[in-house]
Design a binder for this molecule. Structure first.
Ligand SMILES: [Mg+2]
Length: 365
């Protein structure tokens, strides 16, 4: 089998709002884009992957077209490591991490989709199979900066069956309110994602009053995100720490695992290099008994791939599901958890094919 074409397509789903417009990654959001990488072959098999899109999808589309696609045509898509290693060397001069690697991450996922289709097996079975056919999804709330809205949204999410929950809030009032509701309703510990706002001293001061909330973790407490020593200091002060969605090389993950700097590591399949690199990180983390809590703020193949990976390779499977209601998805309603769980797709590869008509309708040029 040979690759005949590699291309990309972006689609946008709008948020269905019932209250004030929330923020995500520092911006007011009305919708979310998904950047798909499509790989076509001479045998008619088509693979789909997802690259991290936020604010950079136009640039990534250009990388795919000019740098990556021409180097893929003619290659065997089932020989994934050979092709990916060739591409790493082909692109390293323009960056070993960041947007180029986001594009390659999407490509790698698409290649695994093709491999699964060629073998007639879902990806989680290619990775060794799963003890449980469904994965717990935690509700990852957007940022509201309003205690009443955070409380109401937490109650909504728990009412829909989620058992674990994360807020994107820095205010102690919002965090405390959500932690209390969650503890009362499910007994679980809240996760708090602050998106790297503080230097070490500020982070120590801001997280000190959170100690008594018995959080599951505080995520990205310090700037810069690559200061693993500062993250370790927060953890040592008594609040568990999670980082990783902005740790962008496998070598840095190896260092994080080896030094046990933080309590949870959070590789992101659509940023770090796709399923192949995620698999390596899971193996390394499992060997060192370091917990992996993948970043999966995606709605397409990035989320589906994370579910396959986590179910097959994690000792405590979990995926992050951004908590919001969106207009129709080309990948259907699979991403709506039932009683807090996402069922592993059982079809070959990713296990879900996009609705091409809907994709065309939602497409962004
Ligand atoms: Mg995060």
């Amino acid at each position: 089998m040979k690759i005949t074409r590699v291309s990309s397509v972006v689609y946008r789903q709008q948020l269905k709002l019932t209250g004030p417009q929330p923020k995500f990654a520092g911006e007011a959001r009305a919708g979310f884009e998904t950047l798909l990488i499509k790989v076509e072959t001479d045998e008619g098999l088509v693979g789909w992957g997802e690259a991290f899109p936020h604010r950079v999808w136009a640039g990534i589309r250009s990388f795919v077209e000019t740098l990556i696609a021409p180097a893929c045509v003619g290659a065997d898509p089932t020989d994934i490591s050979a092709l990916m290693n060739k591409l790493y060397r082909h692109t390293y001069g323009v960056g070993r991490a960041g947007p180029v690697m986001y594009a390659l991450s999407g490509l790698d996922i698409a290649l695994w989709d093709i491999l699964g289709k060629a073998a007639n097996l879902p990806i989680y079975k290619l990775l060794g199979g799963a003890a449980n056919p469904k994965v717990p999804a935690y509700a990852s709330l957007l940022k509201y900066n309003d205690t009443a809205v955070v409380t109401r949204t937490t109650e909504d999410a728990l009412g829909r069956g989620y058992r674990e929950l994360k807020v994107h809030e820095t205010g102690l009032n919002e965090v405390t309110a959500a932690a209390k509701v969650l503890r009362q309703k499910t007994g679980a510990s809240l996760m708090v994602d602050v998106n790297a706002p503080w230097d070490l001293q500020q982070a120590l001061a801001a997280t000190a009053p959170m100690r008594e909330l018995d959080l599951k973790w505080v995520e990205e407490p310090v700037w810069p995100p690559e200061d693993f020593g500062a993250a370790a200091e927060i953890s040592e002060s008594g609040v568990p720490v999670a980082i990783g969605e902005n740790v962008l090389s496998p070598t840095d993950f190896a260092r994080l695992i080896e030094t046990r700097a933080v309590d949870y590591i959070q590789p992101s399949v659509s940023k770090i290099g796709g399923i192949s690199v995620m698999r390596d990180i899971y193996v390394l983390a499992n060997q060192a008994s370091v917990s992996v809590a993948p970043h999966s703020a995606y709605f397409g193949p990035g989320l589906i791939a994370t579910a396959h990976l986590s179910a097959a390779l994690s000792r405590a499977p979990m995926v992050e599901r951004l908590y919001c209601d969106l207009t129709e998805s080309p990948f259907g309603d699979w991403y709506e958890p039932k009683d807090g769980f996402l069922a592993l797709p059982q079809g070959p590869g990713l296990g879900i094919e996009p609705d091409l008509k809907l994709l065309d309708k939602l497409k962004v040029e």
